[in-house]
Write a protein that binds this ligand. Structure first.
Ligand code: HEC
Ligand SMILES: [Cu+2]
Length: 405
């Protein structure tokens, strides 16, 4: 009971004052506005369930509370002594809610849920476009099979924002260098896999969340209603860089999408013809710096000093302690001696970057990076972080190393 009746209008006024901006602000607990049939259906199922469950809760709870109040001790009621239904009427009271719940579960809720689950998995025939998304620690690679277009999509948020040295922008950790581009109004089939551990491709506005499992090809589909930028994240804990592999999809109208595809195909073909070019040491280092930041710094760190026990430094002469299995493997490759990292020979260095170190987080970058990028990043490594070999590794060297294997 309210002791001060005057409080009531005041509380109401305060409530109204607070409610006004709240009503205008977007509710952070709300679903993102759905832009695909699957997302709309999922939202419908969610809302339907919420209403049904709310009604059942209110009904059940009222019934329970009423019974407790009605049969209270102060009115002389005694606890029941029976342990189960015996009379016909008791059996009816048991059967009724049971039948009602089964009906609600399997029919009222079951049919829409079943329909939505079937729709999500329906990747059959009518998709004209197929896109392959491959998760790797910690980025996504997108490929348009048959279109000769393939690129990596890596986090674009500057490292300064992680550790609070710069203000965070609105799409903090939800921005990438090369987004996935898709057409609107058309069914697109998305194939998913991974090169290392399980990742999950999740874009809330599409109602899509599908695991990317190494060694398996999973699939899902989207049919986007309207052009726009849609953001998502890897939704399967996949290691220390899990928060740093967002998904950005740019949906374009069909003609613009085709134009983008043609332009990207031409740019990639031009890049593939690049190895002929010989760059100066400085040019290689500058290019290598950006390749490094996108592909290597998550593990080996921006300063090249790695993380003790897990990710070896790239700085020659830097002490590194780790389990013997790791250090002896590095020693065999010529990258470790007397507790310190050493810069091994160029050929071994190229081999590690091209083919990775099997069974370790050090992935093979041969399929992900161009000859020119690998040449640049290896040159960068050999001439930065306190290393000064003065060697300029050229794209032609990388091409030769690829051919040798
Ligand atoms: C997912 C984490 C990860 C990423 C990303 C990564 N590395 Fe590694 N790297 C490792 C680990 C772990 C090792 C040690 C593997 C072992 O022997 O157990 C290693 C070893 C190496 C070595 C040999 C040891 C040393 O410290 O010199 C080189 C060279 C190397 N990485 C270069 C690169 C380059 C260049 C890139 C980017 C193109 C890169 N790495 C990206 C995890 C990573
Ligand atoms: Cu992941």
């Amino acid at each position: 009971m309210l002791k001060h009746p005057r409080l009531l209008p005041r509380a109401a006024a305060l409530g109204a004052l607070l409610a006004a901006p709240l009503a205008r602000a977007r509710n952070p607990f709300e679903f993102q506005a759905p832009v695909t049939p699957v997302a709309r259906e999922t939202l419908y199922v969610h809302n339907l369930f919420l209403v049904i469950i709310a009604i059942l809760f209110v009904l059940g709870m009222s019934f329970l509370l009423y019974s407790v109040y009605r049969h209270r001790k102060s009115r002389g009621h005694q606890p029941a002594t029976f342990t189960g239904p015996t009379r016909r009427r008791q059996w009816v009271w048991i059967a009724l809610p049971f039948v009602a719940l089964v009906f609600i579960d399997y029919v009222v809720m079951g049919i829409p849920a079943y329909h939505a689950a079937i729709a999500m998995a329906d990747t059959r025939d009518d998709a004209k476009l197929v896109v392959k998304a491959t998760g790797s620690q910690w980025k996504w690679q997108y490929e348009y099979p048959g279109e000769h277009v393939r690129y990596s999509s890596t986090l674009a948020t500057p490292a300064d924002q992680f550790d609070g040295r710069a203000p965070k922008d609105p799409n903090y950790l939800l921005e990438v260098d090369h987004p996935l581009v898709l057409p609107v109004g058309e069914k697109v089939r998305i194939l998913l896999t991974s090169t290392d551990v399980i990742h999950s491709w999740w874009v809330p506005a599409f109602g899509v969340k599908q695991d990317a499992v190494p060694g398996f090809l999973r699939e899902t589909w989207v049919k986007i209603d309207k052009p726009g930028v849609y953001r998502g994240q890897c939704a399967e804990l996949c290691g220390v860089g899990h928060a740093y592999m967002p998904i950005v999809v740019v949906a374009k109208a069909e003609p613009e999408f085709r134009a983008w595809l043609a332009k990207t195909r031409a740019a990639e073909a031009a890049a593939a013809a690049e190895p002929a070019k010989t760059l100066s040491l400085e040019e290689l280092r500058a290019r290598g710096n950006s390749v490094y930041e996108k592909n290597c710094s998550a593990c080996h760190q921006a300063n090249g000093l790695g993380i003790a026990g897990t990710f070896p430094p790239l700085a020659g002469g830097h002490p590194f302690s780790a389990p013997a299995a790791m250090t002896s493997a590095l020693e065999q490759r010529g990258f470790y001696r007397d507790g310190k990292i050493v810069l091994g020979p160029v050929a071994k260095h190229l081999d590690i970057v091209l083919h990775g170190i099997p069974g370790t987080p050090m992935a093979a970058f041969g399929a992900q990076l161009s000859d020119a990028d690998i040449a640049a990043v290896v040159t960068y490594e050999r001439n930065d972080f306190g290393n000064h070999t003065g060697e300029a590794v050229q794209a032609a060297d990388v091409r030769a190393a690829r051919a040798a294997k």
